[in-house]
Design a binder for this molecule. Structure first.
Ligand code: GDP
Length: 364
């Protein structure tokens, strides 16, 4: 599955946020949050289209798609040199597909700030610096490995050296690798070193209850800072999210949200943003046994999409029957869609679209 790692300095609200995610009551009850390890959890991706399909198909179960979250505690200044949980922490980050960077934007004299005062931009830089130092180490190691071959004039190694030096300079200048404009050669040069600061990121500004609507001065500074990275900032109050997550009754929950002027929980906004960040889309399968959402990357062709269900579906792929959700809504059943020519038969080259309802045909 796809994983998001939650990082940030100590005491910024990571665990509070993670616990809120863990206790969030799944809206389609068949896939409750489950904890794999104490710091790893799976949450369902809210998707109103599932309800639409459920009402049309009346299946026995509805299975939403999921994202994994990992609470990566222990990053402190000096982590890249092995301080705190240092290396273990960094190894955890290497395994995730995207980073959710929680930044403290709430004042609370009762909660100690590791650096003495609330300063989201400074905090973000502390974390960034540790990750950049680690990346610099990775880049330099590879440079050492290929330097000789490059000097001997070998074309591929020479190209790789150019790329690596470009990244070395950027990292030394305090830039994240994701901020460097990369071409195909660069990506190839970096492929085997799995940089940390090249992973997509989104920021969570953890604010006090009073600032969820308008934000505050800290949020403003953080937003100005990350404009350069083209990154999303989700403003939420982790402590409040923990309360929101406790509601099982949807109406009660909505009333609670309304009291704070919210239409949606911050967690749902966070999950949706993470999904976008990872460049993911959803297709559906709809049968009387189950209606189910499946996650794929944007741009995947039908056989790869089928492979998410089962590797045999990919290996033996023959064709896919595709119905668009709006047609399903209009004609109500597969049979009527067929009568109106609204089932397209697609081959191996078909690029699956967000919201497609798929039926795969395959050889076993
Ligand atoms: P972590 O070290 O980043 O995992 O931080 P925690 O989630 O353990 O939070 C550290 C402290 O900040 C705890 O005492 C939390 O109750 C408190 N805290 C977390 N989120 C909020 C918030 O949104 N507002 C306030 N006032 N306190 C919070």
């Amino acid at each position: 599955g796809l994983k998001c790692g939650i990082v940030g300095l100590p005491n910024v609200g990571k665990s509070t946020l993670f616990n809120a995610l863990s206790s969030a009551k799944a809206e389609a009850a068949n896939f409750p949050f489950c904890t794999i390890e104490p710091n790893v959890g799976v949450v369902t991706v809210p998707d109103t289209r599932l309800k639409v399909l459920e009402d049309l198909v009346h299946p026995q179960k509805v299975i939403p798609t999921v994202i994994e979250f990992v609470d990566i505690a222990g990053l402190v200044k000096g982590a890249s040199k092995g301080e705190g949980l240092g290396n273990k922490f960094l190894a955890n980050i290497r395994e995730v597909d995207a980073i959710i960077h929680v930044v403290r934007c709430f004042e609370d004299p009762n909660v100690v700030h590791v650096a003495g005062s609330v300063d989201p931009v400074f905090d973000k830089e502390v974390i960034d610096t540790e990750l950049q130092l680690k990346d610099l180490e990775s880049v330099e190691k590879k440079i050492l490995r290929i330097e000789k071959i490059a000097k001997s004039g070998e074309a591929k190694a020479k190209k790789q050296m150019e790329s690596l030096l470009k990244y070395k300079e950027a990292l030394k200048a305090g830039k994240n690798a994701r901020a460097v404009e990369a071409d195909e050669d660069d990506l190839e040069a970096l492929q085997d070193i799995h940089l940390l600061t090249i992973k997509p990121v989104l920021y969570v500004a953890n604010v006090d209850e009073g600032s969820i609507q308008e934000g505050n001065a800290h949020v403003k500074r953080l937003k100005e800072e990350v404009v350069l990275e083209n990154a999303d900032v989700i403003v939420l109050c982790a402590a409040l999210e923990a309360q929101i997550a406790e509601f099982e009754d949807v109406e009660e929950k909505n009333m609670f949200l309304a009291e704070y002027g919210l239409e949606e929980s911050g967690l749902n906004r966070l999950i949706a943003a993470a999904y976008r960040l990872l460049n993911l889309i959803t297709y559906f399968t709809a049968g009387v046994q189950e209606v189910r959402a499946w996650t794929i990357k944007k741009g995947w062709k039908a056989p790869a999409a089928a492979g998410v269900i089962h590797t045999d579906f990919e290996k033996g792929f023959i064709k896919a029957e595709v119905i668009k959700l709006k047609d399903y809504e209009q004609y109500k059943t597969e049979a009527v869609c067929r009568e109106h020519g609204k089932i397209a038969v697609e081959g191996k080259e078909y690029v699956v679209c967000d919201g497609d309802i798929m039926h795969f045909r395959f050889n076993v």
